[in-house]
Every structure is written in C-alpha cells, then in structure tokens.
Design a protein around this ligand. Structure first.
Ligand SMILES: [Zn+2]
Ligand SMILES: [Zn+2]
Length: 107
C-alpha cells in the first residue's frame, strides 16, 4: 500500500487532484451518510481514520471504495470527485462560487 494516505487522480484535461482518504470517506455520497433529505453532499468527518481496502470501478462513470471501517455503499461519480477536488485552485473556485460550504464540524 502507498504510504501517502492519498488517492491521486489525473484528469483527462491534465488537472491533478490528490484526495486524502479521510476526506473521501467524509464525502461519502451514500444515503446512509448523507441522509435522504440533503441534495448537496456535505463533508462529515469520519470517526476514525480510514484507508480503502478495495477500490472498484463502477461502469465508466464512478468508483466505489471499500473502506477499512467496513463501509462500502458509497458510489463516487467522477464528476462528483472533480467537484470536491481539494487542490488550492479548485477550493478557491468553490469559495468564489460560495455555493457549497464544507461543514468541517469545528464547533
Ligand atoms: Zn456512506
Ligand atoms: Zn483541483
């Protein structure tokens, strides 16, 4: 296993994103994590640090993670992954849009 604790995605347009595994786990888009009512996916900090035991492609549009905390129901669409790209450039773009707020649960 890589020691980086990150998933790196190189997009077809040359953009590169590095996703911390806890970050991805926190953004798990499944109904169990997000609730049925919410339209936008919010970041929910995982209780424990996780690593993926397996990463499975879903068709050609998404990827599914089997997390070390036994959670495996989230389907991460690539367009969603691109939307939550944590790099400075994309974070800035998200802030400017002011739409989706990251709920870091710091309170
Ligand atoms: Zn989930
Ligand atoms: Zn980015």
């Amino acid at each position: 296993m890589p020691e980086t604790h990150r998933l790196r995605i190189l997009w077809t347009d040359g953009h590169e994103g590095e996703y911390d595994y806890d970050y991805l786990r926190g953004y798990c888009p499944c109904a169990g994590c997000q609730g049925h009512h919410s339209l936008s996916v919010e970041f929910k900090r995982p209780a424990t640090s996780v690593t993926p035991l397996a990463i499975e492609p879903v068709g050609n549009y998404a990827v599914a993670f089997q997390w070390s905390d036994a959670h495996a129901t989230g389907i991460y669409r690539f367009d969603f992954l691109r939307k939550i790209c944590p790099c400075d450039q994309c974070s800035e773009a998200r802030k400017r849009l002011g739409g989706e707020r990251e709920n870091q649960g710091d309170s």
